[in-house]
Design a protein around this ligand. Structure first.
Ligand SMILES: CC(C)(COP(=O)(O)OP(=O)(O)OC[C@H]1O[C@@H](n2cnc3c(N)ncnc32)[C@H](O)[C@@H]1OP(=O)(O)O)[C@@H](O)C(=O)NCCC(=O)NCCS
Length: 194
């Protein structure tokens, strides 16, 4: 999927609860006024430059990207890296204190709250966490190390995930333990065809 298409699936997530297709004006205002969308847009651009762009394009835009990415990161407190692999329909609710490692992988339609850290364990290991599709990560959660978080799982607010999480599990606490297997369907609004 092209970077432009990926970004449009991300933006679409911000209208998931709209019963009708939002007007161009509504969409424009949402993009201009939603800090998380700025960070996601810069990330999609950087990811394209890193993996898909021609050498020439990469050379021309490397420095502008680097400084725009730094600036947006400082302004809104959402730190995303070009190397990170994030599937379509990425949604960040609110902003501030968000750090997603270059070594992390996120599937499609994941939700991230404010103050979420998804990173390596700091034990000299090389791999970061892998999240499946439709994973909801509540505010203040930390997911660390070479762990797998199954599709449809929910990580509750302020939890610490340092082990694998089964599909559709709702995990809570420090360290996180499974509370139920009710999954993320009620938390994650995925746009339908309008
Ligand atoms: C994961 C979550 C959805 C669980 O909801 P739920 O399945 O309805 O669970 P309940 O509210 O019934 O709580 C079940 C138990 O877990 C406890 N609990 C719920 N969330 C908890 C949390 N984040 N940390 C510790 N304990 C928690 C409750 O106190 C309750 O304990 P009890 O049985 O001793 O009374 C919810 O806790 C959560 O974290 N939501 C995130 C909300 C969010 O992201 N909001 C966006 C704001 S930007």
């Amino acid at each position: 999927m092209s970077a432009r298409k990926l970004l449009s699936t991300d933006i679409e997530r911000y209208f998931a609860l709209y019963p009708v297709r939002p007007s161009a004006y509504r969409r424009f205002r949402t993009v201009m006024e939603t800090e998380a969308i700025w960070a996601i847009a810069v990330y999609r651009w950087g990811h394209y430059l890193h993996y898909d762009a021609s050498r020439f394009t990469r050379l021309v835009f490397k420095f502008p990207y680097h400084y725009i990415s730094k600036l947006v990161g400082m302004m809104v407190g959402i730190h995303l890296f070009a190397e990170t692999k994030i599937g379509p329909g990425f949604y960040i609710g609110h902003y501030g204190g968000i750090w997603i490692s270059p070594l992390a992988t996120l599937g499609a339609n994941c939700n991230i709250g404010p103050n979420v850290v998804i990173g390596v364990a700091g034990k000299g290991r090389e791999k970061g966490p892998t999240l499946g599709d439709r994973v909801g990560v509540g505010p203040g959660a930390v997911i660390t190390g070479e762990v797998n978080v199954g599709s449809g799982a929910v990580v509750a607010a302020n939890s610490l995930v340092s082990g694998n999480v089964p599909e559709n599990a709702v995990v809570i606490g420090v360290p996180a333990r499974v509370l139920t297997y009710t999954g993320s369907a009620n938390l994650i609004g995925i746009p339908t065809e309008r």
